[in-house]
Design a binder for this molecule. Structure first.
Ligand code: ATP
Ligand code: LTN
Length: 346
């Protein structure tokens, strides 16, 4: 069988996943998994660039795995794994960091925004975040990276680093392309529709989580901020209603012209009621499947262990090639005594 093109993508387990993660990432992953060789990771190394409570991070890593599955990722077909289980990600990051200019990281919009958001913890990891992301992608020799619009700049840096490495050390990395969906690449906050919907928004009413109950959904849609006028028409200068129309499209599969024809001048209240109903029905099976899978922790651990094994096979191969090209001496095979090292005295 001909080799299928390779995909890699990931989401940080830094909070509950939103409908934005579904439209910007998960729904496209699911659509592409039949025709591509896919690696979907849980980006826990990226998550610690902002402070995480350790036990909560562990729980959220499992929550995220269960949601990937509930949204339709098939673990037989695609490789589902945790980033920190594959040490090659951090190893390649170092090599790439030595090829990255300070100015390149400083320019990143996400770095500038997060530095303002986390003024008291602007750490080196936050600065190097896009280099780790480049390592994630290049390790798997990915052809395509399905992400939301906010990640485009990081993809450009990844391509530059791959080209730079290839130029200095010889053809090693495939140059990846971003895959940014035509609709839903940037779902906006329900309260401030000029801002991206973000899982870390302190205002819960601004964010629609994939695991929200029907009551949550009703309330959040009812309170969603709309623009002046009453026409249900998709226009960029009316970001509130445009965002809700995209959500209706995601929940029902109807096209924008179909939605405009259906609601036209029916008024915001009628449209919002229909949208809440559609979202409730759309999210119900995802939530139910999530709760079922999340309760079976042993099964999740087993799937992630198998995923790490399959991911490492591909990642180790690339890293070995990189180390050779860079000029590192072949590492000796080490045997360990197996002695347990304790951090306790006595
Ligand atoms: P934060 O916690 O700072 O909001 P984030 O949610 O943007 O971070 P990730 O969890 O790593 O960051 O996002 C993973 C993927 O989901 C990326 O491809 C990103 O573009 C996409 N994504 C996140 N939020 C949205 C959104 N509102 N609309 C569309 N895509 C989104
Ligand atoms: N930085 C991404 C998450 C991420 C990612 C990746 C996406 C980490 N590594 C590799 C695609 C490919 C974000 O959306 N915040």
């Amino acid at each position: 069988m001909a080799q299928r093109p390779v995909i890699l993508s990931g989401i940080q387990p830094s909070g509950k996943l939103t409908i934005g993660h579904y439209t910007g990432a998960l729904r496209n992953w699911v659509a592409l998994q039949d025709s591509h060789e896919c690696y979907f990771m849980i980006a826990d190394l990226h998550a610690i660039t902002v402070r995480q409570e350790p036990e909560q991070l562990r729980q959220r890593t499992l929550d995220t795995a269960a949601l990937y599955l509930a949204c339709g990722i098939d673990p037989q077909q695609s490789v589902l794994f945790v980033q920190s289980h594959v040490p090659e990600h951090t190893q390649l990051t170092w090599v790439l960091a030595c090829l990255t200019g300070m100015g390149e990281c400083q320019r990143m919009t996400q770095f500038k925004e997060k530095s303002l958001q986390h003024r008291h913890n602007v750490n080196v990891g936050l600065f190097a975040y896009p280099i780790l992301m480049a390592a994630d992608i290049l390790l798997y020799q990915a052809d395509l990276v399905p992400v939301g619009a906010d990640q485009k700049q990081h993809l450009e840096l990844t391509r530059n680093l791959a080209e730079r490495f290839n130029y200095y050390y010889g053809e090693t990395f495939r140059i990846p392309e971003p895959y940014i969906p035509p609709l839903g690449a940037k779902i906006m906050s329900l309260q401030e529709p000029t801002k991206k919907m973000s899982k870390s928004d302190p205002n819960e009413n601004a964010v629609l989580f994939l695991t929200d109950t029907p009551e949550d959904i009703q309330r959040k849609i009812r309170k969603a901020v709309t623009d002046s006028g009453r026409e249900i028409r998709y226009e960029e200068q009316r970001p509130g209603i445009a965002n809700l129309i995209v959500l209706y499209h995601v929940a029902t599969g109807k096209s924008i012209p179909e939605i405009e024809a259906e609601f036209g001048s029916a008024g915001y209240a009628t449209f919002k009621a229909a949208l809440a109903e559609a979202l409730i029905e759309f999210l119900r099976p995802i939530r139910e499947e999530y709760l079922r899978l999340r309760a079976a922790e042993d099964h999740l651990h087993n799937l992630l262990a198998e995923g790490a094994r399959r991911a490492r096979e591909r990642a180790a191969h690339t890293l070995q090639l990189v180390y050779e090209r860079v000029g590192f001496l072949k590492a000796p095979v080490l045997e360990f005594s197996g002695a347990v090292v304790s951090n306790q005295r006595g």
